[in-house]
Design a protein around this ligand. Sequence first.
Ligand code: AMP
Length: 172
Amino acid sequence: MEYVKKRVRDVEDFPSKGIVFKDLTTVFKDPRALHIIGWDLGQLYRDKGVTKVVGVESRGFIGGSILAFELGAGFVPARKPGKLPADTVRAEYKKEYGTDVIEIHRDAITEDDIVVLHDDVLATGGTMAAVYELVKSMNPKKIYINFIIELSALKGRDILPKDAEITSLITY
Ligand code: AMP
C-alpha cells in the first residue's frame, strides 16, 4: 500500500479554500497502483458472498466497478438527482450549506443481495450515511461500507451505522 499512498496527490485549496483534496487520479493512472487497489479491495471481501457493489457518484464509480469485477459481483451506481433514467428511490441529506439528494434505481437491490457500498474518500461521512439509509430501506441481507481513503480527523465513522463493518485501504 506504500506504493499507492506515495501516488495520492494532495491538492491544496480545492474545491474551496482550506480543503486539502486527496486526488486519486494520480493513483488510477499508474498501472501498478491501479492493480494493487483492485487486488487489495477484492481481498477485503472475497469470502463474504457479495452480490452487488454500490459506487457513489462519481469518483466512487471507479473503485466500485473494479471491486465488483474482482468479486464477480454486479455494480450499482448511486447518483445525483435526475441522472438515472428509470424509477428511483432517493435520500436527502444535509451538506455544509443546504441539502443534497442521492438516488438509486428501485430495482437495483433485492432482499437476497449482500452489498458493499464504496466511495473513494471518507470525509465527514454525510454522503455515505445517506447512501446507507437508502440501501438499508431496500432490505438487503447485509451491507458493508468501504473507502480507498479515510480522513480520520473528520470523524466520518462516528456518523456511520455501528453495525456496518467499515474498511478503508489508507487512513490519514
Ligand atoms: P463526505 O464529507 O464524507 O460526505 O464527502 C463528500 C464527498 O466528497 C465524498 O464523495 C468524498 O469522496 C469527497 N471528499 C470530501 N472531502 C474530500 C477530500 N479532502 N479529498 C477528496 N475527496 C473528498
